[in-house]
Design a protein around this ligand. Structure first.
Ligand SMILES: Nc1ncnc2c1ncn2[C@@H]1O[C@H](COP(=O)(O)OP(=O)(O)O)[C@@H](O)[C@H]1O
Ligand SMILES: [Mg+2]
Length: 374
């Protein structure tokens, strides 16, 4: 799975970008504020229909413009080409297109372009809310289990109805029982999807972890969102009083989490910032690896401001793993030389380099010495 062409119009400070990325390594360099992260943001938009920086779409649209467009050609692993595109206007209107036809939602885009992001936000995976770790789990489940997304959507619908019932003064027991029954069946199903994926994931992760961190006792455990000794329909019945008091369903797959511990203690409390970053890198690499093992497909990696996030030694390690996976990567950084140096000893890959300057992106083949060639 590679992005062969990337076209961006009126996104942030990028007025018009049209590049042909390498199917392997793309190094994007330029001064702070030049537009590097915006290029990665464009790819993420294409992949997921949303930005990793903002939930709102207005800040994404270039000042004084009314819409942005991102278009890409995806070369699939079975050698076909799929054009995909997203367009969003100021009034909130969004259009997603894949293979020449409109698709209903961003989720329909997501299956075409599996993307993994490593940026400063990713590094708060351990200390952030369960939601971010749930999203992490679900990335893999979404991409390997076609029934995951419809099941997840149906659960959201059930929860919405159930929660609104809970808030009524008088609850219609019959109505509640029918929602509970449907919710319980769906919830057990999604738990099975998640636990199967996490089992496979934990194995690969343990093998990989040793390369990143010399630290014993790290354990991943998937929490389903309620007591594992109970079946979910019992949990709903027993928790009803509390749910009514709260006005929402307090246990369930929407509370799932990935608990990461070191000798039984929360990893976020114990590990240094640097160790946390390495652990997160290992998690991200393992995920792409397992995705590849299960599906035979490859995910694209977007790594923002690599030199700022990892020291030289660990940067080498991450680059080594990205190289081993033979997947397409986009890496940004301020200095061309620092980015390039990590790839020097990788003989089989010649990175493509893109220089970003005030919102313009151009491919360069030479080493730019600051101020001279520009
Ligand atoms: N909606 C917008 N319209 C025009 N410029 C914007 C918009 N949003 C952000 N910018 C500007 O775009 C520039 C690029 O930001 P960014 O991609 O984060 O740069 P980099 O990652 O290279 O530091 C910044 O200078 C920012 O002020
Ligand atoms: Mg940036």
């Amino acid at each position: 799975m590679t992005l062969k062409r990337l076209f961006i119009q009126n996104l942030r400070n990028l007025e018009g970008v049209d590049i042909h990325p390498s199917s392997r390594v793309n190094l994007i360099f330029g001064e702070n504020g030049s537009g590097k992260t915006s290029v990665l943001e464009a790819i993420n938009l294409l992949a997921l229909g949303r930005s990793f920086r903002s939930h709102k779409h207005k800040p994404l649209i270039r000042h004084q413009q009314t819409a942005f467009t991102v278009f890409g050609r995806v070369h699939t692993d079975d050698e076909s080409e799929v054009p995909i595109g997203i367009n969003r206007s100021l009034d909130g209107e969004a259009q997603f297109k894949a293979n020449g036809v409109m698709v209903a939602s961003a989720a329909d885009l997501a299956s075409h372009l599996p993307v993994q992001v490593i940026n400063s936000d990713t590094f708060s995976l351990l200390e952030g809310s369960p939601k971010v770790r749930r999203q992490f789990i679900d990335w893999l489940v979404f991409h390997v289990e076609p029934q995951f997304f419809p099941t997840w959507k149906a659960i959201q619908r059930c929860l919405k109805h159930r929660n609104s019932l809970l808030r009524r003064d008088r609850i219609d027991r019959f109505e509640l029982a029918s929602w509970d029954q449907e919710l319980a069946a769906l919830t057990e199903k999604i738990h099975e999807f998640r636990s199967a994926c996490m089992l496979q994931f934990s194995e690969s992760f343990s093998q990989l972890l040793g390369e990143f961190l010399t630290l014993d006792g790290i354990r991943l455990s998937y929490y389903r969102g309620w007591d594992k000794e109970r079946n979910y329909s019992e949990v709903l019945t027993e928790g009803l009083e509390r749910d009514q008091r709260l006005g929402y369903t307090h246990l369930g797959s929407h509370r799932a989490d990935l608990k990461i511990t070191v000798n039984g203690q929360d990893a976020a409390e114990l590990l240094s910032r640097g160790q946390q970053k390495l652990l997160v890198c290992a998690l991200k690499i393992a995920q792409g690896y397992v995705f590849n093992q299960i599906t035979g497909r490859k995910s694209i990696y977007l790594v923002d401001d690599l030199p700022a996030e990892l020291d030289d030694k660990h940067r080498q390690l991450l680059v080594h793993w990205l190289d081993t996976m033979q997947t397409q990567v986009f890496i940004t950084g301020v200095e061309q030389e620092t980015l390039l140096s990590s790839w020097r000893d990788k003989t089989d890959v010649v990175p493509k380099m893109f220089h970003v300057e005030q919102g313009r992106v151009r491919e360069v083949s030479e080493i730019l010495t600051s101020g001279l060639n520009e």
